[in-house]
Write a protein that binds this ligand. Sequence first.
Ligand SMILES: Nc1ncnc2c1ncn2[C@@H]1O[C@H](COP(=O)(O)OP(=O)(O)OP(=O)(O)O)[C@@H](O)[C@H]1O
Ligand SMILES: [Mg+2]
Length: 225
Amino acid sequence: MSLFELANIHFGYVGCPPVLNGANLSLQAGERLCITGHNGAGKSTLLRIMVGLLKPNKGSITAFGQLCQQDKDFYSVRQRAGLVFQDADDQLFCPTVAEDIAFGPLNQGKSPAQAMQLVTDLLQQMQLGYLQDRVTHKLSGGEKRLVALASVLAMQPEVLLLDEPTNALDEENEARLVAILQGLPQAMVLVSHDPHFRRKIGNRTLRVVEGQLLESNASCRHAVA
Ligand SMILES: Nc1ncnc2c1ncn2[C@@H]1O[C@H](COP(=O)(O)OP(=O)(O)OP(=O)(O)O)[C@@H](O)[C@H]1O
Ligand SMILES: [Mg+2]
């Protein structure tokens, strides 16, 4: 079973020219699909469409074997497919890092004690324990990005959708992110302008060109580590 099947997706923001114009995408278990394309090509728009934050004008979205047409069809999709936004400020909204990361697990029905344990364990695994009690809005850009990723991983999604995950990361944190992602079993869709990052993580690449997703032979590894 495909995790995602998007067929003939058309989308334009109200009053603006079309962004997607017959885009097709399929994501299988274990795949790490990279998406490239120039600024404004529609990559972030595509990820938002996949989890129902934007509604296509035309086309179909099947996620985890279910055709998703109405808003309610996407509630469970957003539990199972975690989107890390391009801008971490779109993701983080609680006063502290611990609260931000605990928000998803609490929403999924975990007790406060279970959620806090999960936060501590996850931050330790990510070597980010020192950030646990920090005030979120006072973090640096790179720290925010790592916390945003942690807040999505805390929900234990089956699919990760990552929008420019290396943005604002220094070399050390980028290497740490690569190690974290390489160690995860989930299927991923990775939007990234960085060819080195795509090579390290991805095993297939699609390029957004004039609103369509074209197979790209841009270098990408052919096997998952
Ligand atoms: N809320 C919005 N209202 C109107 N137009 C928008 C909106 N969000 C994005 N756009 C436009 O839609 C197009 C696609 O934007 P999108 O953010 O998906 O591009 P992108 O491929 O992610 O670009 P980047 O590489 O810069 O992140 C752009 O022309 C952008 O200006
Ligand atoms: Mg974008």
